[in-house]
Design a protein around this ligand. Structure first.
Ligand SMILES: [Zn+2]
Length: 130
């Protein structure tokens, strides 16, 4: 399975570019994106021996797996970009340069987000070994 990083970022960017979209309505759009990602990257999983089948459009395990990837990838991508740019409307306006304070602010968010994702994976490894 190859995760399409660019596709994940583009899916969320497209959703967020829709005018008038409220954060409360984001989930429906994200689920539709997750289904597209699930179909293109994870696909249908079949275990003939046990007569078990996971449909990438309907199975919560697969759709939420893809949703997790979409959210994680987009969040890290946007925070990394904002770390580089500073993403500051106050100081950049005056100097025209990326704001170092804004960069540090976003770098802290990026590091916290990344660590939270890493912590989940570390926990899973520990549980598998227990
Ligand atoms: Zn600033």
């Amino acid at each position: 399975m190859n995760v399409e990083i660019d596709q994940c970022v583009k899916e969320v960017d497209t959703i967020l570019s829709k005018k008038g979209l409220k954060i409360e309505d984001l989930h429906k759009e994200l689920i539709n994106s997750a289904k597209r990602i699930a179909i293109s990257t994870i696909g249908k999983r079949i275990n003939d021996s046990c007569d078990t089948e996971y449909d990438p459009e309907q199975c919560p395990e697969i759709v939420l797996w893809a949703l997790g990837l979409v959210c994680e990838i987009w969040t890290l991508e946007i925070l990394r970009q904002k770390t580089q740019e500073g993403h500051c409307y106050t100081h950049k306006k005056k100097t025209g340069e990326p704001c170092p304070i804004g960069s540090r602010f976003h770098e802290n968010l990026f590091n916290e987000a990344k660590k939270s994702f890493q912590d989940v994976l570390i926990r899973e490894d520990l549980l598998r070994k227990a």
